[in-house]
Write a new protein. Structure first.
Ligand SMILES: [Fe+2]
Ligand SMILES: [Fe+2]
Length: 204
């Protein structure tokens, strides 16, 4: 069997095992979109699909171990309990190890994936190109239509504040050239959509 087909099959099994951990904090949609973005980044930047794809699928599984009433206070620009953000990273790395061992994933690859997940939010400096792609795919979701709506409600942002937050973070958030370009393009799309909504509502 071709290696890429084998990886596709293993990733489907990883998805199945990850899903019970992703049905919180809208992580199922977030992860699906981020995984698609990771594929696009891999095509443009290189990197190892057999590290990046399991890492992005599993990176937020640890949120399942954070009580739902705490989750909303653990992340974002107005976080009041940011220490819980570390819990989702550490627990995510543990759950990833458990899931990957159960599909007999190679040990050295499990270790690299766990390293990436363990500090995917808290470590700003990337360990490798694989790490950069996972971090960029995770943050690129914030520029999607899905995230734009979710985060406006989550963080109580007006449309203008939401746009401003995404624009301000274009430089500091993204580590790859493609990530930065994709974020800029997605932001332009969000701005265009807002203009169209305003025009439909008869606003100037
Ligand atoms: Fe996360
Ligand atoms: Fe995430």
């Amino acid at each position: 069997m071709r290696e890429d087909l084998m990886l596709k099959e293993i990733c489907e099994r990883i998805w199945d095992l990850a899903r019970p951990y992703l049905n919180t904090r809208k992580n199922d949609t977030h992860t699906e979109i981020a995984a698609g973005l990771a594929q696009q980044l891999l095509a443009q930047e290189g990197g190892d699909e057999d590290i990046v794809m399991p890492a992005i699928i599993l990176h937020d599984t640890g949120w399942k171990k954070v009580p739902e009433d705490v989750q909303s206070k653990a992340f974002g620009p107005k976080a009041t309990l940011p220490e819980w953000n570390r819990v989702h990273e550490v627990e995510g790395a543990r759950i990833a190890g458990h899931i990957l061992r159960s599909v007999n994933y190679p040990n050295d690859k499990i270790l690299e994936i766990q390293e990436i997940i363990k500090e995917h939010d808290s470590r700003k400096e990337p360990l490798s190109l694989n790490d950069s792609i996972v971090k960029d795919a995770d943050k690129l979701w914030r520029y999607s239509q899905n995230a734009f709506q979710i985060n406006a409600i989550r963080f109580a942002l007006t449309a203008d504040e939401n746009v401003e937050r995404l624009r301000r973070n274009l430089e500091p958030w993204f580590l790859t050239k493609s990530g930065k370009r994709m974020a800029r393009e997605a932001l332009e799309e969000r701005i265009q959509e807002l203009k169209e909504t305003d025009a439909a509502a008869g606003l100037p």
